[in-house]
Design a binder for this molecule. Sequence first.
Ligand code: FE
Ligand code: FE
Length: 200
Amino acid sequence: MEPVNDHSQLTKLFVDSLKDIYWAEKHLTKVLPKMKKKATSNELKNAIEEHLAQTEEHVARLEQVFEICGKKPQAKKCEAMEGLTKEGDSVLEETENGSMTRDAGIIMAAQKVEHYEIATYGTLVVFAKTLGMENAAEILVQTLREEKDTDEKLTGIAEGSINQSAQQEEGEETEDDETEEDTEEEESEVESDKEMEEKE
Ligand code: FE
Ligand code: FE
């Protein structure tokens, strides 16, 4: 095995990325209970509950990896995860309490989070191996596996019944009762899209 260069830029990038995902996992331990409360089907509630327990474990594993690196666990705000969970909040605002459409939306938001985690842990495992930190790689790969399993499980729940039921739910809003405010907002969105195109 090649000797590990503790001062390499890759080591620094690895540790910085650990701080980022450490913040994200801790953030999720606060967000998941809220999502569970907002979900309707027991299947989804249970899946979220189960993943909350795993997420707490993910936080603990990251602390082990920090230790392997000889660093104190430190969280650095992850803008991406904050954005993904904000998007999840807006799904809740846009869907009705007790609807399967909301459950379908929660699954969508949760899967976006899982994909972010899968990308992050996939990279961290490879970094750890490259840096010769086999122990760290083994720890991180366990989490990677759980994120992938959760993603697949969520797909299964969505395809099992939720999406089908959601499709049968009537929307309350028809085109006619769309408020003027909504329309204006939509128009300004279209305009800003045009502006963006012009800039390109
Ligand atoms: Fe996680
Ligand atoms: Fe996760």
